[in-house]
Design a binder for this molecule. Structure first.
Ligand code: HEC
Length: 130
């Protein structure tokens, strides 16, 4: 095994390892919004375009879309009254995820996220799903 401790072999190996680690941590960061979505939203919401809806409407392309326009989803009256004609800007999504009941009192969506950083990660992920 002595040849493996030879510095001329070890140097490029260490270099390659640190490059690989750099790639891993960058993609772990990019995935964190996706992981949060899986943990906190996916039980009720599909995100893949054309996936069947769950308890909530499909969220593909949600950022910029008009609220309540997923075909065939039976929204609550409260949701429709409060959000009809409004577009899901990142700001409105942020308010919504913090406390949906404050945006549309009586909405079916039972969820609250007090952590602004977690909301931002999830919203940034949603922006990437067209
Ligand atoms: C317990 C189930 C549940 C969870 C968890 C949940 N939602 Fe919802 N969501 C709903 C329901 C139900 C509606 C429809 C509300 C209504 O019509 O009153 C909804 C509506 C929405 C809407 C409006 C969609 C549209 O077409 O206008 C958005 C945006 C949304 N949810 C995002 C999220 C995100 C992001 C998460 C995770 C951070 C999440 N929801 C977690 C059930 C859920």
């Amino acid at each position: 095994m002595s040849s493996f401790t030879n510095a001329s072999i070890l140097k490029p190996v260490l270099f390659a390892m640190s490059v690989a680690l750099g790639i891993v941590s960058a993609s772990a960061q990019a995935a964190s919004g996706e992981d949060l979505f899986k943990q906190q939203c996916a039980a009720c919401h599909a995100i893949q375009k054309d996936a069947p809806m769950g308890m909530g409407p499909n969220l593909s392309g949600i950022v910029g879309r008009s609220a309540g326009t997923v075909q065939g989803f039976p929204h609550s009256e409260e949701f429709t009254k409060a959000l009809n004609g409004k577009a899901w800007t990142p700001e409105l999504l942020d308010k919504w995820l913090e406390n949906p009941q404050q945006v549309a009192k009586g909405t079916y969506m039972m969820y609250q996220q007090p952590d602004a950083a977690v909301r931002a990660d999830i919203i940034n992920y949603l922006k990437t799903i067209k």
